[in-house]
Ligand binder design. Structure first.
Ligand SMILES: *[C@@H]1O[C@H](CO)[C@@H](O)[C@H](O)[C@H]1NC(C)=O
Ligand SMILES: *[C@@H]1O[C@H](CO)[C@@H](O)[C@H](O)[C@H]1NC(C)=O
Ligand SMILES: *[C@@H]1O[C@H](CO)[C@@H](O)[C@H](O)[C@H]1NC(C)=O
Ligand SMILES: *[C@@H]1O[C@H](CO)[C@@H](O)[C@H](O)[C@H]1NC(C)=O
Length: 490
């Protein structure tokens, strides 16, 4: 998994450089961070209509809200040309995994979950484990949306509009294209098609959202230099008004992070419970583990230093994804390592986040983070608010001056503290898995449900702003200079 098939937008250093230069500008702007967080005030149930005044001014009566369990939760799936979604599946042989030219088609089976895992080593449960590719999140999310219990065909009733644009699969055709015009052409076509729909007009797209299985930076090219990475999708004007959910958010307020898909897609509550108790009971022979490939070009990076410390410690298990005979694309390799470790190191790599954050949590391994952008400022709807309850933070403000001993810090953590953190990690498992889209798991909020809940609250906040006469763009888009910084009390 760490042999990340795609070259991502920026090396950590470049990300920092972007951040620092932007921060200088942002620091002068006073953003109210609180407006950015979805509030929990539960103001919902506003019936909408194509008439903006009616939509904005008239909350539905209380009685209607209590009678209809879907009130305030209706979603409308926008109909968009098939070139932006199903054609990408039909023509899957034209998709590549970037530098790795292997075929993506096998991953599309089972509603996008991928082929079922054949497990001869007893690492998984017998059912509901799949060789899931992270880029298929767009397809999985769409398939789950088709089963969402509060869909409506009447867009006037909908609280938010889901746009089934497979943004990441689409851009994967063009990311390496030297022509800026070609790289952006699909984004432009998509935006003009979506903004012509009647549903756009009622809130100028501010109730629209779509999902990407790639990091946000892939859609945030800041200049028109050919060497600059990505498309401009998120900087085009219509796009400002929409929310994008992706595996890694940028520092713009209209980008939200949702979990990378793991290999586990339970179809029954009992499977999750069984898995949680297996992970609780596991004997973990390694204090900590790191799974990934060294990057010769990133020798000054925290990742290089983490690998060096892991190699030098008898308590650390290093799975070197670059070595012969180690296949980190095989879920058994990585999941087995996470299951036999107490702590899992998650330094930033090509980008801030990594899929293995979620695979390791699924294995009941306590995450160790080195940068707030790896998790704390990302998965706001899915991770516990209390960071210290489920993870260890070893901040690296300056790689060159960093001289912490990971082994020293981790071996100093008491057994009691360790078990309470692991219990919290195991408690988080249901929130970070995407249940099998082909079945509905009764009383459980999975990663999809939490994402939908987050979106509904966000759109409701926009409505509230409009009702109260404020600018709907307030707190909606624009950069958020707190997002990737270390807070003063770390
Ligand atoms: C999986 O199935 C095999 C063969 O049917 C059985 O022996 C094994 O106990 C099962 N494993 C789990 C975890 O249920
Ligand atoms: C929406 O319309 C389609 C096609 O007429 C129908 O199959 C589907 O069940 C409808 N969905 C809802 C939620 O009413
Ligand atoms: C974005 O929303 C604002 C209202 O907040 C609206 O004035 C603007 O026209 C919208 N942009 C597009 C492209 O629809
Ligand atoms: C967060 O978790 C830690 C460790 O479990 C605990 O000591 C602390 O009181 C918690 N903080 C809050 C604000 O709940």
């Amino acid at each position: 998994m760490e042999k990340r098939p795609f070259r991502t937008t920026c090396s950590t250093d470049i990300c920092f450089a972007i951040f620092i230069s932007s921060a200088i500008v942002w620091i002068f702007l006073c953003f109210d961070y609180s407006t950015f967080h979805p509030s929990n005030n539960g103001v919902r149930g506003i019936s909408s209509s194509l008439n903006p005044n009616k939509l904005l001014l008239k909350p539905s009566p209380l009685s209607a809200r209590t009678l209809d369990p879907c009130s305030g939760r209706y979603l409308f799936i926008q109909n968009i040309p098939s070139r932006f979604n199903s054609d990408l599946i039909t023509n899957c042989q034209s998709l590549t995994r970037g530098t790795d030219k292997s075929d993506m088609c096998p991953y599309f089976v089972n509603s996008g979950l991928g082929p079922e895992i054949e497990d001869s080593r007893g690492v998984f449960l017998n059912n509901s484990w799949f060789k899931t590719n992270q880029f298929l999140l767009e397809v999985i999310f769409h398939n789950k949306m088709k089963q969402y219990e509060c869909l409506t065909n009447d867009s006037a009733m909908a609280s938010a509009v889901y746009v089934p644009f497979y943004a990441g699969l689409d851009i994967s055709h063009y990311l390496w294209n030297p022509s800026i015009t070609i790289r952006d052409s699909s984004a432009r076509d998509f935006l003009s098609s979506i903004s012509e729909k009647p549903e756009w007009k009622r809130m100028f797209g501010r109730d629209h959202f779509f999902v990407a299985g790639r990091i946000s930076w892939d859609f945030r090219r800041q200049t028109d230099e050919v060497s600059d990475w990505g498309s401009k999708l998120r900087f085009l004007s219509e796009s400002h008004n929409m929310t994008m959910l992706s595996v890694e958010a940028s520092s713009w307020k209209n980008d939200f992070a949702i979990p990378y898909p793991t290999y586990f897609h339970p179809s029954k509550l009992s499977e999750i419970v069984e898995w949680q108790s297996l992970m609780r009971a596991r004997q973990r022979q390694h204090l900590f583990t790191f799974t990934g490939a060294p990057r010769p070009d990133l020798t000054d990076s925290i990742r290089g230093m983490v690998i060096e410390q892991c190699r030098g410690s008898s308590l650390c298990k290093f799975i070197d994804c670059s070595s012969d005979g180690v296949n980190c694309d095989d879920p058994t390799t990585t999941m087995e390592a996470f299951q036999s470790s107490i702590f899992c190191l998650q330094p930033p790599g090509d980008s801030y986040t990594r899929r293995s954050i979620f695979d390791s949590i699924l294995a009941g391994c306590i995450p160790v983070f080195f940068h707030p952008g790896t998790a704390y400022s990302q998965y706001l709807w899915h991770f516990p608010k209390n960071q210290t309850a489920y993870s260890v933070f070893i901040p690296v403000r300056n790689v060159k001056k960093w001289d912490e001993s990971i082994e020293g810090i981790l071996s100093g953590i008491s057994k009691d503290r360790e078990s309470s953190m692991r219990e919290e990690v195991i408690r988080v498992i249901p929130s970070i898995v995407y249940g099998d889209p082909r079945s509905k798991i009764g009383n459980l909020e999975d990663a999809f449900d939490l994402a939908v809940k987050g979106i509904l609250e966000r759109v409701e906040n926009v409505r509230k702003n409009i009702r109260e006469g404020r600018d709907p763009s307030e707190g909606f888009d624009g950069p958020d200079h707190f997002k990737y910084t270390f807070s003063n009390n770390d």
